[in-house]
Design a binder for this molecule. Structure first.
Ligand SMILES: Cc1cc2nc3c(=O)[nH]c(=O)nc-3n(C[C@H](O)[C@H](O)[C@H](O)COP(=O)(O)O)c2cc1C
Length: 235
């Protein structure tokens, strides 16, 4: 049986719909990369919402802006458009990703305070028992932050703080961003090239030796932090 090629038209058969929201937590680069990776997957129809807070962090932290990121999505919705399709459970989606997710948006979701499209779409995602992933970025965390995360988890959401892994020996900020974005997209069953997967300690040791041989040394305990690769701290 021959399969129809997947067209990129919104609503075309065979495409999975993912809602992506970028909010004003530090780490706008995670949201940008997620949209870039999804743009490379023709089987995914991306619905994008960028908050006013995210427009600020995009300006402070990246060299891109909301207009450029929006061009990579299939459909862009405005934060205040509570009549957008993703505001209703009758509009079928395969889930929603908030990346990065601010504490304000986390609180909105935990308390069903649906006064903007990000929180409303997240609430809809939970009520329809679809996948909701919040990449909550804040540190340190006080008890109310932790309670909000517990609330969302109890309602079926998944909290994924963007905590870097080091087993894949990241050399650049890009490596760290890619790994987190790839692991987040794993949660939607989307296998991308972004992730470097753990394939056992022997293979990791071989990789580290090869890097040492090529002059690119894996970081070791006691190394000074690589200043030129450091991500700027958020407020
Ligand atoms: C540069 C910058 C970095 C910020 N970093 C964070 C952060 O890491 N986590 C957070 O919860 N809020 C952070 N904020 C504050 C949020 O932007 C603010 O609470 C905003 O109202 C969030 O709204 P939104 O969730 O609708 O985007 C930051 C603000 C700025 C300007």
């Amino acid at each position: 049986m021959t399969r129809e090629p997947i067209t990129r038209e919104p609503g075309a058969p065979g495409r999975r719909r993912i809602v992506v929201a970028i909010t004003g937590a530090s780490g706008a680069a995670y949201g940008v990369r997620a949209v870039e990776v999804l743009n490379g997957l023709p089987e995914v129809e991306t619905h994008l919402i960028i908050t006013a807070g995210a427009r600020r962090t995009l300006a402070y932290e990246t060299t891109t802006d909301a207009a450029a990121v929006g061009k990579l999505a299939d459909v862009v919705h405005q934060e205040d458009d509570l009549a957008a399709p993703v505001s209703s459970g009758s509009f079928r989606t395969d889930g929603m990703l908030v990346i990065p997710c601010s504490i304000k948006t986390l609180s909105g979701v935990a308390n069903c305070h649906d006064d903007n499209l990000v929180v409303r779409a997240a609430d809809v995602t939970l009520k329809e028992r679809r996948r909701l992933v919040l990449v909550v970025r804040e540190t340190p965390l006080h008890l109310s932050h932790l309670r909000l995360m517990t609330e969302v988890t109890a309602s079926g959401g998944i909290i994924v703080p963007p905590v870097p892994a080091f087993y894949h020996h990241p050399q650049t900020v890009d490596d760290i961003v890619n790994q987190t974005v790839g692991r987040v997209l794993d949660l939607f069953g989307l296998d991308t090239d972004a992730v470097q997967r753990w394939e056992g300690s022997q293979r990791a040791a071989r990789g580290a030796r090869a890097r040492r041989g090529s002059g690119a040394r894996a970081p070791e305990a006691g190394d000074a932090p690589a200043r030129e690769q450091a991500t700027p701290a958020g407020p």
